[in-house]
Write a protein that binds this ligand. Structure first.
Ligand SMILES: [Zn+2]
Length: 234
């Protein structure tokens, strides 16, 4: 028998609680104020942030019976929706609160206009059509390491230089559940390595060059006398 999918997802219902030692009626009334059910459950429409335990869990494999199910399709659709809404290049299911081994990547040509030609070249960036991988496995095919600045939507507002392997091979299942493999190099190999780490509860900050860790808007903080906000929504 299939296990209900919600048991695979991290969707605990949490309650705010109070332990007032007061007469029953007052206590009941008071508790009622604080025991409102949390209604915003995964898959979220935003990125989970560092500190959320879901980003530190080892994500579970999607069971064979669920690959190509409407439940998994709904999670993937939400991942792609969030990926595109925030204009980023990769997303892992734990980043929308779902502890399952699914990643999505997309590097659009349009990103080029926001970068200098030199940067685009140095980082070995190239277009990558939307790629979804369920239960992906990564094998390094070129152990040369390259160090470049990297950020993460789950560590919003910061970046640091991170060493990554030059080329990798990803194998896994696509959205429809067919076996698929993909050879990636340069920046796209970096995206794959970053997203794969999310599935094992790791973040780039675990192995970044700590001396390069920075707030991405530190200069604006100075010019605007500190009046800068980093939004966690879009
Ligand atoms: Zn990330």
């Amino acid at each position: 028998m299939l296990q209900p999918l919600h048991r695979l997802c991290r969707g605990h219902t949490r309650y705010l609680s109070t332990s007032l030692a007061t007469p029953q009626s007052f206590r009941k009334w008071y508790q009622q104020l604080w025991t409102t059910k949390r209604t915003n459950l995964p898959p979220y429409n935003h990125f989970t942030q560092v500190g959320d335990p879901v980003l530190r869990d080892k994500a579970a494999e999607v069971p064979a019976d669920y690959v190509n199910s409407k439940e998994i399709h709904a999670i993937i659709d939400q991942m792609v929706n969030v990926l595109r809404k925030y204009d980023c290049v990769g997303i892992a299911a734990p980043q929308i609160g779902v502890s399952l081994r699914i990643i999505a990547m997309e590097f659009k040509q349009g990103i080029k206009k926001d970068l200098s030609e030199a940067t685009y070249k140095a980082r070995q960036m190239s277009e990558l059509p939307l790629t979804v991988m369920i239960n992906p496995q990564l094998a390094v095919t070129d152990y040369t390491k390259h160090k470049h600045p990297e950020g993460c939507m789950s560590v919003r507002g910061f970046s640091a230089e991170v060493e990554r392997y030059a080329a990798v091979k990803l194998t896994g299942l696509n959205r429809e559940g067919s076996a698929t493999e993909l050879e990636l190099s340069g920046w796209n190999a970096r995206i794959a390595q970053h997203e794969m780490e999310h599935l094992d509860g790791k973040l780039y900050t675990d192995h970044m060059d700590r001396s390069t860790f920075m707030c991405t808007c530190w200069e604006t903080v100075n010019t605007k006398s500190g009046r800068v906000e980093i939004p966690f929504y879009k």
